[in-house]
Design a protein around this ligand. Sequence first.
Ligand SMILES: [Zn+2]
Length: 124
Amino acid sequence: MESRNCPNCGAPNDPHLNKCPYCGTSYFDFTSIDIADGKPMFLKIKVGDRIITQLVYPDPDISIECNVESRDAIAHDGTFLTRVYTNVSCTTDIKFHSIPDERNHIYTIEEGERKWVQVGQGNV
Ligand SMILES: [Zn+2]
């Protein structure tokens, strides 16, 4: 298996952890799945005290949208001196489409002992 490193400090990744054991940086490594093959997989998301579980297939149409703001430095005589980039940011969109799992559940939300299930059509 290919060894990967923390994108922040370069320490070796431990695939059993979700953050670097050395610098504490959280990381989410999507290279364990191939977005392009579209094969279904289970997605588990933690939102506060809730855990959401869904069977999904990844949308291969991902997008990375970047925004760059800049200011030009101009001399008194109007000569362009340099361009200073003041804000560079990107938004990465990866979509997952939910499908019914083997129990016909579209999603399950767990919060402690409580559990919510959204049942798919045709088997209510
Ligand atoms: Zn690190």
